[in-house]
Design a protein. Structure first.
Length: 245
């Protein structure tokens, strides 16, 4: 009897965790589940990315803002961050597309000033978008201190078929026009535009020009496409006439 009483007193003095592990938690909050931890991490990532997006918008970096904004919407579609991004992203995407296209078109033109036989020449050159690559045909605007101003096509191989004067069937932004041309007597693979001033008037404000030509190689018919919308007249340098000696 005495031993039983001592044993019961001993049990009463032990820490409760050793007696009943499940019933003695100390009153603390349960640890978050794996799903809760994942949700918290995603919320933090969304908030961090949103802050970056705001900074990119503020400094006007449309390219990076579009990339970051699209990533937020894709990865966190139901988040408050995605909701905020979608208020501004469409306008930024539109502006970025327009700016990118403007830069692409401007980059199609090459402007050069260099010595040329008999004087100095200034050129503005664009390659045909179709056909492209090795089959492309250059459209060249040229000013020369001795030869004056001219516009011509310059290809490769045997050149073009144009007996005497010929009329190129062309379109300017879909509107059909006729462009008079002639082949140079020197035999170069070129096609000279007869009225350069008229052509420059057509070029001003145009976005796309097509020209139907016949190649000397088998008289193959071909449509040349030029995306001319990026032409900058200010970069095609005017030249002073040489002083008379």
């Amino acid at each position: 009897m005495i031993r039983l009483t001592i044993f019961r007193l001993a049990l009463a003095t032990l820490p409760c965790g050793l007696v009943m592990l499940a019933g003695c938690s100390g009153g603390g909050a349960p640890a978050p589940s794996a799903e809760q931890q994942q949700a918290t991490a995603k919320a933090q990532a969304a908030a961090t990315n949103l802050d970056t997006y705001r900074q990119l918008v503020r400094i006007g970096n449309d390219q990076m803002a579009v990339s970051m904004g699209q990533d937020i919407v894709r990865r966190f579609p139901q988040s408050a961050a995605a909701a905020e991004v979608q208020k501004t992203l469409p306008d930024i995407e539109k502006r970025y597309r327009e700016t990118s296209e403007k830069n692409r078109l401007a980059g199609l033109w090459l402007y050069q000033v260099s010595p040329m036989q008999g004087g100095t020449q200034s050129t503005a050159t664009i390659q045909s978008s179709k056909p492209g690559g090795n089959d492309s045909v250059r459209l060249i605007l040229r000013r020369h201190t001795d030869w004056g101003q001219s516009v011509f096509l310059f290809g490769s191989g045997a050149g073009f078929v144009c007996r005497g004067n010929c009329t190129i069937k062309a379109t300017v932004d879909g509107k059909p026009v006729g462009i008079k041309a002639f082949a140079p007597p020197s035999g170069e693979p070129a096609l000279m535009i007869r009225d350069d001033k008229q052509f420059l008037t057509l070029l001003h404000g145009a976005t796309k020009i097509t020209m139907d030509v016949s190649l000397a190689d088998g008289e193959k018919k071909e449509t040349l496409l030029y995306e001319v919308g990026g032409f900058d007249p200010a970069k095609w340098q005017k030249l002073d006439k040489p002083k008379k000696k």
